[in-house]
Design a protein around this ligand. Sequence first.
Ligand code: PLP
Length: 358
Amino acid sequence: MARKCTASINLSAIKANYLYAKSLAPNSKAIAIIKADAYGHGAIEVAKELNEVADAYGVACIEEAIELINSGIDNTPILLLEGVFEKSELILAEKHSLIVAVCNSIQLQWLLDASLNEPFDVFVKYDSGMGRLGFQDDSFIQAINLLEKSNNIGEITLMTHFSSADDLGSTLTTKQINNFDKIIKTEKYPCSLANSAAILKWSESHREYVRPGIMLYGSSPFSDKIPLNKLTPVMTLSSILISIKSFKAGQSIGYGSRYICKQNMQIGVVAIGYADGYPRSAVDGTPVFINGVKSKIAGRVSMDMVTIDLTDIPNPKIGDRVELFGEHISVDEVAKHCSTISYEIFTKITKRVYKSYV
Ligand SMILES: Cc1ncc(COP(=O)(O)O)c(C=O)c1O
């Protein structure tokens, strides 16, 4: 691998972040959300690392669950966060003892009609204000009534998902918690409400289960106004310098001549681009880290390369390692410069980037 464009993933940091989530909600079980290949970090490796400590895993679909099971992760419960997408998947879900979310009347009917050897444990989803998946109002209660009468159903847990827990100024989270508590009325069933933002800042939403996602990967669900120094960065994305050249003031750099040198400058080319998942939307000034100091993107990100300002960098050489984010540059800061969120950056890292685990 001569190009050396790598995502180095610190597995012990994931474990530390998981245990931190648990310490914030000490009376809850924590379902580690490792859908989308553990937010781009490698679901099998992450699950193996967490296996001694994780109470359960959450994935988006049955293929993601089976990938884990086939790799030997078969002693920790796995929740299908969106349930099954067609009735035939219930056969596989039963075979692998998966927990299924029930989010609508069709999934409900599939479960009630299935002929099973073993009952399913289910998470019944209430739409308390997210406006996406889940039963609304009375249909939630009707679904619970039907499920509790069915021999196909084992343990019932009630869940909801927040739309705005990352916005501490919003009243919506309190509203969603109140809507949820109002509809469930009794404490008959275990419940699950909190994502990372709610684990960190809305302790009133901590119930029997919490569902940490982005915080496991060392990224904050909040804007940078809320420092979260107890989260440890997990992925360090880096590559190497493959060119160093001098330019005169006024000369332009890269596609569209977006960056114009303000003075005589040294510009470096780094072997990473949008085909590796580094966002093309990164503006001039997006931070990078090289030879112990911060520098900046200068010029439009191209498919395989980015250009950076080397003017104030001590003794740059071809082959020097450049960090795009990770240990020294927060992914959240990069995401801000790209008008996106860390979730998107992580999950868009492509297979051309070599993942190494430490
Ligand atoms: C249902 C559900 N629960 C929990 C999470 C984890 O959210 P976060 O990554 O913000 O912690 C997600 C993520 O999208 C989700 O869809």
